[in-house]
Design a protein around this ligand. Structure first.
Ligand SMILES: Nc1ncnc2c1ncn2[C@@H]1O[C@H](COP(=O)(O)OP(=O)(O)OP(=O)(O)O)[C@@H](O)[C@H]1O
Length: 228
């Protein structure tokens, strides 16, 4: 079964701007793919529909067999537990330690902070920050902060991770490190969807690419279709 399906999805903002027009695609379990397109093409809007920061104007978004149109009220928080989100600007709590930031999704779902330590340590080790658990986000480099954001997004083992320009502020070496981290997720059961306008990066990764242009899905390129 697919993890995610867009069925003729359109999104018109209150301003009248149609950010997405009749977009349809499907994401399989364990798939990693990119969404690309020029500024304003609709990439962020598409990701927002998945974590329910926005709602479609027409069409349906299905997460597994769940129609997101029907997810309202308290169920929104339950849905978000299954979708990890990584933002370009990290959105970390600056007055909390790295470990507290990373453990937050578990605490929000009702686990006691005292019980989360082992998983926090394990995920920090995975992102290479095992020795920075006690630091405050402001004491970390941009790349390290981004890895904290990723650790927070994956600690609850989401079925899907969506990332909006996750390497936007990072140099090429750090970008490559972050991408390697994302690449390791599908084998652990998390599908990964990354919005990026960095075409060089997207090409290098040789993954499936959805191309948006003025809100329309104009291409769906599979790695096997790419010329050598
Ligand atoms: N909250 C909003 N209200 C009105 N219009 C919006 C809103 N958010 C986005 N838009 C418009 O919708 C279109 C798509 O925006 P979106 O942010 O999805 O594009 P994007 O491809 O992510 O762009 P960028 O690469 O610059 O982040 C743009 O024309 C944008 O101005």
């Amino acid at each position: 079964m697919s993890v995610l399906r867009f069925d003729n999805v359109s999104k018109r903002y209150a301003s009248g701007r149609e950010a997405l027009s009749e977009v349809s695609f499907e994401v399989g379990a364990g798939e990693m793919l990119f969404v690309t397109g020029h500024s304003g093409a609709g990439k962020s809007t598409l990701l927002k529909l998945i974590h329910l920061s926005e709602r479609p104007s027409r069409g349906a978004v299905l997460f597994g067999d769940r129609n997101l149109l029907k997810v309202r009220g308290r169920r929104v928080a339950l849905h978000r537990r299954e979708v990890g989100v990584v933002f370009q600007d990290h959105r970390l709590l600056t007055d909390r330690s790295v470990a507290d930031n990373v453990g937050l999704p578990l605490v929000l779902r009702g686990e006691r902070r005292a019980d989360t330590g082992k998983r926090v340590r394990s995920v920090l080790d995975r992102v290479g920050l095992g020795d920075r658990a006690g630091a405050l986000p402001g004491q970390l480099s941009a790349g390290e902060q981004q890895r904290v954001g990723i650790a927070r997004a994956i600690i609850a083992e989401p079925r899907l991770l969506v990332a909006d320009e996750p390497t936007g502020n990072l140099d090429p070496t750090l970008s490559a490190e972050i991408m390697a981290l994302f690449e390791s997720l599908p084998e652990r059961g998390t599908s990964v969807m990354i919005a990026s306008h960095d075409l060089a990066l997207v090409k290098r990764m040789r993954k499936r690419v959805l191309v948006l242009n003025q809100g329309r899905l104009v291409d769906d390129i599979r790695p096997e279709d790419l010329a050598e």
